[in-house]
Design a binder for this molecule. Structure first.
Ligand code: ADE
Length: 249
């Protein structure tokens, strides 16, 4: 999968060790060839002699608004760099809330074009003209869409074929589909334990030491259900079957 990020802060995607996308699973995904990503500076497409990408809002008010032309030209230039059709995504607090279901559908695309807005936002006319999918990573306001773009790339990278070591580890995650009596639901993960067996007077649940794989699987499944019921009962509302729903959340 190819991901392009359009931003006025490409340094946030810097190449330095420790940068979010150059560590852990996203860096493994990139090294394996499953993921390629490029950050493009929208400013490079500004035609104004000061390379201006934003201006004051019509009607007054605080902050600056990103101008149509640099965003439009950047999107068109970057899309022309690769023949694969790009799914356009605008990261914005006004967007639909990102879920594991949306991540799964985006991870299956050959190419994503992520637009990270900054300042008070982007001129509405270029949003209308580009018609991107608009996504938010939660009900809070970030300084810009860059961190949200990184969140989306990280979440998608771990779903790309061959990226996670163990075949099943993505399907065991919180929010992966679990069959229920009435269909499938997305449940939270179960608790995990490792050595030592006893730590500060706390021991590991006996069943995990039993070697009985059936009992362990049943215990984990029950833990996922009880945790979800306790912490996120909203997730237990039965969702459509993932095989029959292209855009389920
Ligand atoms: N840009 C600013 N806040 C955001 C959010 N919560 N999600 C996505 N993009 C954003």
């Amino acid at each position: 999968m190819r991901v392009d990020i359009l931003t006025t802060f490409p340094e946030m995607f810097g190449a330095g060790a420790g940068a979010a996308l150059n560590s852990s699973i996203p860096s493994r995904a990139r090294a394996s060839g499953a993921l390629e990503w490029y950050a493009t500076n929208i400013r490079d497409y500004a035609t104004d002699k000061h390379q201006k990408t934003d201006d004051r809002p019509f009607g007054g008010g605080p902050g600056m608004v990103m101008m149509c032309q640099p965003v439009w030209d950047a999107v068109n230039a970057v899309e022309a760099m690769d023949p694969r059709p790009a799914t356009r995504v605008l990261l914005t607090p006004q967007g639909r809330r990102l879920t594991q279901g949306i991540v799964e559908s985006l991870a299956a695309k050959p190419r994503l074009l992520l637009i990270a807005g900054h300042y008070e936002g982007i001129d509405e006319r270029v949003i209308e003209a580009l018609a991107p999918m608009e996504l938010s990573i939660g009900d809070y306001v970030l300084s810009g869409g860059e961190l949200a773009a990184m969140v989306l790339i990280d979440a998608a990278a771990r779903l790309l074929p061959g990226v996670l070591g163990h075949e099943d580890s993505a399907s065991q995650d919180s929010f992966s589909h679990v069959p229920t009596g009435a269909g499938t639901a997305r449940l939270l993960d179960c608790p995990h334990y490792t050595k030592p067996r006893d730590w500060m007077g706390r021991s590991v649940p006996e069943v995990l030491l039993s070697g009985d794989h059936g009992a362990i699987a049943r215990w984990r499944s029950e833990q996922r259900r009880s945790r979800t019921l306790e912490r996120r009962p909203d997730l237990l509302a039965t969702l459509p079957d993932p095989d029959n729903a292209s855009s389920s959340g």
